[in-house]
Write a protein that binds this ligand. Structure first.
Ligand code: SF4
Length: 290
């Protein structure tokens, strides 16, 4: 299992998930300006070369994050955290991944992509199930910059949520290598909203919230952000985002928490599933052989 995850992290550093590649292809066709077209050609050439030369598709291979949906009956549940840490060490040496982990306050690079609290592992435990889903995410530095969470006065309402997202992206979207995938969390408090906004980035690109009103807001925000005209890599264009995903939780009547997380065009999100015999499938990357 460790070897499979390590190989998958390396694979996902070189090759984008199938849904992201399809979306980028669609946006490349839809953009009409000369400069955006040049940029999309450069992105696709970059992806071809990454596969051909077996090298990461961006020099910033990010901080590795894991989001687990693990059944209580999964046989390796107790070993998982150690095993994921080992997989990151292996992937760093074998891919290789750029060492990106700097210990806070002591300010030195560990050189291994492992450090205090890194890789971070988020757990959803599923009672009575024996499978394990692992979402991998290589979080680049530039696309972390727009990230923000706050608590609005409830009277600001959903217009306040939209204003928060649009103001933040007007200022920071060009730093994050658009076209972006935008995750928005709506909850009671800042930390819950922030986590939900990151979780929203794990959904397939272009999927919509099961809540009709939230889905409508996803569409409206997508149109509004595109209308800013920032375009691919900030050179101007009709499409600044690959999509907007909203995740939400119930809230206190006196608070409206909102969080924002963003991923760049190089959205290196992966999805593995292990059954109790450790048979593995990679839903996000059809080309990966487990
Ligand atoms: S924002 Fe994404 S594409 Fe841009 S440098 Fe960072 S990881 Fe690479």
């Amino acid at each position: 299992m460790t070897d499979t995850i390590a190989r998958f992290i390396g694979f996902s550093a070189r090759q984008l998930p199938d849904d992201v590649t399809a979306k980028l292809r669609e946006l490349r066709e839809k953009e009409t300006g000369a400069l955006p077209k040049v940029l999309y050609e450069a992105m696709f050439r970059n992806m071809e070369l990454a596969a051909e030369l077996s090298r990461p598709s961006c020099q910033d291979t990010g901080l590795v994050q894991f989001w687990l949906r693990c059944g209580t009956g999964f046989p390796l549940i107790n070993e998982l955290e150690g095993l994921l840490r080992e997989a990151v060490l292996q992937a760093t040496a074998e891919t290789p991944l750029r060492p990106n982990v700097v210990e806070a306050f002591d300010e030195y690079n560990t050189g291994t992509n492992v450090g205090r609290g890194v890789p971070c592992v988020h757990w959803d435990i599923v009672p009575g199930w024996d499978g394990c889903e692992i979402y991998t995410y290589l979080a680049g530095g530039g696309c972390a910059l727009p990230g923000y969470a706050t608590v609005l006065m409830p009277g600001e309402g959903y217009a306040g949520v939209s204003r928060f997202v649009l103001e933040r992206l007007t200022e920071y979207a060009p730093n994050a290598c658009p076209p972006l995938l935008v995750g928005v969390g709506v909850a009671s408090s800042a930390e819950t909203a922030a986590l939900l906004s990151k979780k929203a980035l794990l959904r397939p690109v272009g999927s919509h919230s099961e809540n009709e009103r939230a889905a409508r807001m996803e569409r409206l925000l997508e149109e509004s952000i595109n209308a800013l005209g920032i375009g691919p890599q900030g050179v101007g264009g009709s499409y600044t985002v690959m999509g907007v995903h909203i995740e939400h939780a119930a809230r206190h009547p006196a608070s409206l928490g909102v969080g924002l997380s963003v991923s760049c065009w190089s959205h290196r999100r992966g999805h593995l599933f292990f059954d109790r015999e450790l048979n593995c499938t990679a839903a996000s990357h059809a080309g990966f052989q487990p």
